[in-house]
Design a binder for this molecule. Structure first.
Ligand code: SF4
Length: 299
């Protein structure tokens, strides 16, 4: 494996994401796993639909959306992207052909969904820069390790990216240890657990207290795991992504950039991505929904 990340350096996919320069491609709502904490909305879950930055798309309109967001890369997510692995390979080849090899592609995948065909296409066939493995249990780790022969030939950077689910977080140390000592991963991303209308009841049923859209104590557990891993693996790049970072930085910056792209001479783009539109003496605040501005507030 070629090591590209130096001591504690953040993964390139995260660096672009934090600057609002990644488009998020939801490549399918299909998934054959049923994680109780899955935050995918009911409108998307189980449906074979594509969205880019929350705009409904197909393989062709993906390019339009990537351009209007002035993105330097994409994150491919779902559902489980390997459920439509041929589509993923076609998409990644199309993006690299269109925008060149420096255009950065990362993908988020759960190896519990893989079979040999999907694993081979993902690890050896698709031009993907970073593969982020969603492995929250030793059982999923065992399944992933079946594909070591494919991993050996893989030119992508591999990392572990997991939501820190209170109760499941104790396995993370041993998963990181095994992947690190086998020289498989170069980074670890810990995500604060997302709460959505679709996982709310499951979280409560699992005994996790939800308070104002967050699982109480989950961020603190995330921080604790983060510092423990930093102590145990001083050479590994470890990053913590909170819900606030996602909502207030990544999404807002992307909105700002898209609003700049779609704005006209009558618009003034605000820091939060909304725009002010001047009509004679009047001012309205508008927000970009899909590809057009809708009035949000009238002054
Ligand atoms: S693997 Fe991902 S998409 Fe599938 S159920 Fe789990 S969280 Fe949801």
């Amino acid at each position: 494996m070629v090591h590209n990340l130096h001591n504690r350096e953040i993964a390139r996919g995260c660096e672009l994401c934090l600057r609002g320069l990644k488009s998020i491609i939801f490549i399918t709502g299909l998934c054959n796993i049923n994680c109780f904490y899955c935050p995918i909305s009911r409108e998307r879950k189980g449906k074979d639909i594509i969205y880019v930055n929350d705009v409904c798309a197909n393989l062709i309109t993906i390019l339009e959306e990537v351009e209007s967001s002035m993105s330097m890369g994409v994150a491919v997510t779902g559902g489980e992207p390997t459920m439509v692995i041929d589509r993923v390979v076609e998409l990644c080849r199309l993006l690299k052909r269109e925008y060149g090899n420096d255009f950065h592609i990362h993908i988020y995948t759960n190896p519990a969904s893989w079979n040999r065909y999907r694993a081979f296409k993902l690890l050896n066939d698709a031009p993907i820069d970073e593969i982020r493995l969603h492995i929250v249990s030793r059982d999923v780790l065992r399944r992933f390790l079946r594909y070591l022969d494919f991993v050996k030939n893989c030119s992508s950077i591999l990392g572990l990216e997991v939501p820190v689910v209170p109760g499941l977080h104790e396995d993370i140390h041993s998963i990181v240890e095994e992947l690190y000592h086998r020289d498989i991963i170069e980074f670890v991303n810990l995500n604060e657990l997302d709460v959505s209308e679709s996982n709310y009841e499951n979280l409560i049923r699992a005994g996790l207290p939800v308070d104002r859209g967050r699982v109480r104590g989950s961020y603190e557990i995330c921080v604790k795991v983060f510092y423990e891993l930093c102590d145990l693996f001083p050479d590994l790049s470890i990053h913590l992504c909170s819900s606030v970072t996602k909502d207030s930085i990544q999404i807002r910056l992307r909105m700002f950039i898209r609003s700049l792209y779609y704005s006209t001479t009558y618009h003034r783009v605000q820091d939060d991505g909304t725009v002010l539109r001047y009509i004679n003496e009047n001012v309205v605040r508008e927000v970009l929904i899909g590809r057009s501005f809708k009035v949000f507030e009238q002054y």
